[in-house]
Write a new protein. Structure first.
Length: 334
């Protein structure tokens, strides 16, 4: 189903006028088409595993393959320059979520999950942090739904704002990579603007993902208060906090840096780097069609107004601060 949506999105994007196609990337069409189909039609349950595989496993495979477009020096330059912005924005998101949550009467653990989802790695960070702080199931659901709503909206809104603000690909990629929530949403937003922006956004987002362990350590220490029983579970979560696809991306970038990709391409008489980029782009399109298909608007309507507003304020504050930090410090890809 996701492959059909991806092919249809590519064909529909090709029918758009050139100026509209430049502003509305094919990934936006894929997410939108998935949203329409997933919410207008009751899909058979037998399709659910395939859809989940697409937006989970295929997206991570696509990101690993993107490593062939980078040298390790480029990754380190982009990630190194982004670290300061990411640390500032992480701290700001957690502070805003907790402050507004306390003022609005939102439970502290729910506010923490909203802040973590905005600050670090979207739904991955939420699900990794929830057991550490002993969050209830309904709090996790609220945080995931809030994160999904604003992240999905970002895929459509950010590229339009980026063009209106005349941002360069490096600046937009830095903005999407630091301010949009989930990895899939960052990739979709970046590539919706341009290929170059998508690559920068991905590299910046992987830097955020790599810092997730440090954030969980800090939050776990605050909530555990030295409880010995929480330590075992906490330690296990820390070991799982650096996603494997981040390591895979770095390994492929290293192979490209030392010339293995070019050597293998010469052996195969192919431009292997270009082939991997083509495969990666299509896998991203399939994965993001899956994101649209799996996003249920009816579930989002169940979010309470107060957590929703706290999430919106946190996301808006982070996005605004990120924009001005990029203006001040320069883009990560610049």
């Amino acid at each position: 189903m996701t492959v059909i949506c991806a092919i249809a999105a590519r064909l529909l994007h090709g029918l758009l006028p050139p100026k509209a196609g430049a502003v509305i990337g094919e990934v936006v069409v894929a997410v939108f088409l998935g949203l329409v189909i997933g919410n207008a039609v009751s899909l058979p349950g037998s399709l659910t595993p395939g859809i989940r595989f697409s937006f989970h496993s295929l997206l991570r495979a696509a990101i690993v393959l993107l490593g062939a477009q980078f040298s390790l020096q480029q990754v380190m330059a982009i990630g190194g320059k982004a670290v300061l912005m990411i640390v500032i924005l992480m701290s700001l998101a957690l502070l805003v979520a907790h402050t507004l949550g306390r003022l609005a009467g939102v439970p502290g653990r729910l506010a923490t999950l909203i802040g973590v989802g905005t600050a670090v790695c979207g739904n991955t960070a939420i699900t990794a942090t929830a057991p550490v702080i002993h969050a209830r199931d309904e709090e996790v659901s609220f945080a995931v739904a809030t994160n999904t709503l604003f992240g999905t909206a970002a895929v459509f809104v950010y590229p339009l704002l980026g063009h209106a603000l005349n941002l360069s690909s490096a600046a937009f990629g830095s903005w999407a990579g630091t301010a949009v929530n989930d990895t899939s949403q960052v990739v979709a937003t970046g590539f919706a603007f341009s290929d170059a922006a998508g690559k920068v956004a991905t590299a910046v987002k992987l830097t955020r993902n790599a810092l997730m362990g440090a954030v969980i350590v800090g939050i776990g220490l605050v909530y555990s208060r030295g409880e010995r029983s929480a330590g075992v579970h906490f330690g296990k979560r820390i070991r799982q906090s650096v996603p494997l696809f981040v390591i895979g991306f770095l390994v492929v970038a290293l192979l490209n840096t030392v010339g293995v990709v070019a050597w293998l391409g010469a052996r195969l008489h192919r431009d292997l780097s270009h082939d991997l980029q083509t495969i990666s782009r299509f896998l991203i399109l399939v994965a993001l069609a899956g994101v649209g298909l799996s996003t249920k608007l009816s579930a989002m309507r169940k979010i309470g107004a107060t957590p929703f507003l706290v999430g919106f304020a946190t996301a808006a504050t982070t996005a605004t601060a990120s924009y001005f930090l990029i203006r001040w410090l320069g883009p990560a890809g610049g």
